[in-house]
Design a protein around this ligand. Structure first.
Ligand code: ATP
Ligand code: MG
Length: 313
């Protein structure tokens, strides 16, 4: 079946899914059960059951401290849960190290971009390759064994850099890129391993408005070419604009899920969310194209970028 049709079918099959937290999906790619992680008495993540539908874009939203990033960390092997299990694409991945999770096809990007500042853009991309024989001692010593594979990796990296319009920057240090370009680089690097599921932690944070549209386009392209997307985002315009399904977390738990329009009109969700986001209008999408909002966004992004700079070690 053509990718387009697969996506269409996956999205349409969600219409019949009940709007209850933890509801089963018609074709789940990731299924988590009883996943809990606490930090000094705080239940950062306390998810009874969650299923992520294959071939669609799912947004994970919730106030600051809801446990979204911790959930990503757990699923991708960057942190260990106190209890719980999860199955990705039919394979149990609980307790599996991050590198093996990536090999299984689940990759994530970070809220604060992890692009290595003192490596070039191309070097960063090459790090994302699934297996680099050059790193194995034996093959490293026998150049004919790895040279073709190295070339293949470089070709793939260049093709992705072109797709993300970063090819002209391939020899620049990642540290010299703008916040938005670093987000693009992280997304491009994640694709080096041909993932089945891409998890994006706040892809829009710190992104200049000029790049916003292209980032949105890249994310929908991912879905439309067969990659499942799960993303965390506070920008409700973006969530409403591109997600097929929305999961709401609060205090570690999944408290609501459903199509974006319905979830964002849900009073309980608005209450849970507005505790932390008084300025977020969950119900209005029309503002997306209005100049005033873009200016406000630009300001917020400039702040976010300054904030990110401060947090750097
Ligand atoms: N390494 C850690 N040590 C101690 N507490 C932590 C740690 N990581 C997360 N927490 C706590 O766990 C809770 C969930 O944090 P998390 O970063 O997952 O939230 P989040 O939903 O991603 O929030 P935000 O929207 O602000 O990014 C918070 O109370 C946070 O302070
Ligand atoms: Mg977070």
């Amino acid at each position: 079946m053509p990718a387009e049709q697969v996506v269409d079918q996956a999205r349409r099959s969600l219409h019949a899914v009940a709007r209850t937290p933890g509801v089963p999906k018609p074709d789940p790619l990731l299924v988590a059960d009883g996943v809990r992680r606490s930090f000094g008495g705080v239940n950062a993540v306390d998810v009874d059951h969650l299923e992520v539908q294959k071939h669609v874009i799912t947004a994970l939203i919730g106030p600051n401290g809801a446990g979204k990033t911790t959930f990503f960390n757990l699923m991708t092997g960057f942190d260990r849960p106190d209890t719980g299990s999860w199955v990705f694409d039919g394979t149990p991945l609980g307790g599996v190290a991050a590198s093996r999770v990536a090999k299984a096809g689940m990759v994530r990007t970070f809220q604060l971009t992890k692009a290595l500042a003192r490596m070039t853009v191309l070097e960063n991309m090459r790090l994302g390759a699934r297996d680099q024989p050059g790193e194995n001692l034996f093959t490293a010593l026998v150049k004919p064994l790895w040279a073709p594979r190295e070339r293949e990796i470089t070709d793939k990296a260049m093709a992705l850099l072109e797709r993300f319009k970063l090819d002209a920057k391939k020899d620049d240090f990642a540290g010299s890129l703008s916040g938005g370009q670093r987000k693009l680089l992280e997304m491009a690097r994640a694709l080096m391993s041909d993932p089945t599921l891409v998890m994006l932690d706040e892809p829009m944070a710190g992104v200049n408005p000029a790049l916003t549209q292209s980032l949105l386009g890249h994310i929908t392209d991912l879905r439309d070419t067969g990659t499942t997307v799960l993303f965390v985002e506070h920008d409700m315009h973006m969530v409403r604009h591109i997600s097929d399904w929305v999961v709401v977390m609060a205090q570690g738990q999944v408290v609501a899920e459903g199509p974006p329009g319905e979830v964002m009109a849900d009073q309980a969700v608005i209450d849970a969310y507005l505790g932390a986001h008084h300025d977020t209008d969950l119900g209005d999408d029309a503002l997306l194209d209005e100049g005033g909002v873009i200016d406000a966004e630009a300001e917020a992004e400039a702040e976010a970028e300054a904030d990110t700079e401060e947090k750097k070690p």
